[in-house]
Ligand binder design. Structure first.
Ligand code: TTP
Ligand code: MG
Length: 362
């Protein structure tokens, strides 16, 4: 990469640990090596409730993935090694990894438990040097923590993250400036950051399947359909993403908690008691993170696994437990009037903003 310092392009690196929780379990139990390992709820011989948190790549061969009911994972692979999550250990390992990564650039931004962005533009001259640095990072993590990670290198965070995901586990993918659009074009729109199942379906409905389709689409139609996000999707599909590493603190989009009952229930007292506990947990996280919420959503999964959500946006921002509980109760009432047994109940708050400067009132 030629040119004066001021013209220098950005080089961003994204690191994502491979099958993080299960990799730690494998490390701690060498006899798990090369066997399918699933971290999550107790499978109880296929009658278990709750979900898979993650699984190693051997288990993924059986089509098992994060978020899948543990009973389904059992059906797909009853001989796997099933482990309950040990969050205390995972947090400790996460902190060690972040310590290693932080040393490679002060422009560092952790992203969740096991991922981080690094702006290494000042550390390296070009993409070749960036690869050397990435290899060093991979070695240092392997040497110190006996864990593998995947790395994506690109001119911005969005493409670095997609590149990292492109080749897992133990991958290293580089996308240089003039190859960004070519790299993105054949990928499914679902690979784009912030595009979830609902948006993917909407995009599919208008014939957009790949990021290349999105890039070639009439931006005014996208704006009509998706508002301001439509314009952003279009820009991102062209590989344009300006956000700086650690530049703006990520504002959480939502905070939620859910719980699966030990057995399906229709006892209203029990359900409302559980709802109250869940609200309390969500409330504590709101206060800890100094946030205000405006939207409350209740999720119910019936015994037959049919799952529904129902939300309400308040007229004001709040951080009051009372507002959360009352709204959640009202929303839940709509689901519980038919006396059907339920399996899971959850509460989520969204439309969040910082409460700094405001007192919290219970
Ligand atoms: P991810 O990085 O999404 O997944 P992963 O590290 O297990 O696998 P990959 O190799 O594809 O990166 O999430 C990091 C950890 O967060 C994961 O090990 C377990 C936890 N997690 C959950 O608890 N629930 C979830 O739904 C997901 C996706 C992850
Ligand atoms: Mg990971």
């Amino acid at each position: 990469m030629k040119g004066s310092f001021s013209e220098k392009k950005r080089i961003i690196l994204h690191v994502d640990m491979d099958h993080f929780f299960s990799a730690i379990e494998e490390r701690e139990n060498p006899n798990y090596k090369r066997k399918p390992v699933i971290v999550g709820a107790d499978p109880r011989e296929g009658k278990g409730r709750g979900v898979v948190k993650t699984c190693n790549y051997e288990a993924r061969e059986f089509d098992i993935h994060s978020g899948m009911p543990i009973s389904k994972a059992w059906r797909l692979c009853p001989n796997a090694i099933y482990v309950r999550a040990n969050y205390r250990l995972y947090k400790k390992v996460s902190a060690e990894i972040m310590k290693i990564l932080r040393n490679y650039s002060e422009k560092f931004q952790p992203w969740g438990f096991d991922e981080a962005f690094l702006n290494i533009s000042s550390q390296v001259q070009d993409f070749d040097e960036a690869i050397e640095l990435a290899v060093n990072i991979k070695h240092e993590i392997l040497w110190n923590e006996r864990l593998t990670c995947s790395v994506g290198i690109a001119p911005n965070k969005l493409v670095a993250k997609i590149a990292c995901d492109f080749n897992k586990p133990d991958g290293l993918t580089v996308v240089i400036d003039n190859e960004v659009e070519k790299f993105l074009a054949p990928l499914s729109v679902r690979k784009m950051l912030w595009i979830g199942e609902k948006t993917e379906n909407k995009l599919n409905e208008i014939g957009i399947k790949t990021i290349g389709d999105l890039a070639g689409y009439d931006v005014s139609v996208l704006i009509e359909k998706f508002g301001v996000m439509g314009a952003r999707y279009h820009q991102w599909a062209h590989g344009i993403y300006k956000s700086e590493v650690g530049g703006r603190r990520r504002i959480r989009k939502s905070i939620g908690h859910e719980s699966t009952f030990m057995a399906n229930v229709n006892d209203q007292d029990l359900i409302y008691k559980k709802l109250e506990n869940i609200c309390q947990k969500v409330y504590e996280r709101i206060i800890r993170r100094k946030l205000l919420f405006k939207t409350v959503t209740v999720k119910i999964r019936y015994g037959n696994f049919q799952t529904y959500t129902h939300g309400k946006t308040l007229l004001f921002f709040s951080n009051r437990l009372q507002d959360l509980q009352k709204t959640a109760q009202k929303l839940a009432q709509g689901f519980l009037c038919n006396n059907e047994k339920i399996r899971l109940i959850g509460v989520r708050v969204s439309t969040l903003k910082s409460s700094k400067g405001q007192r919290s009132l219970v």
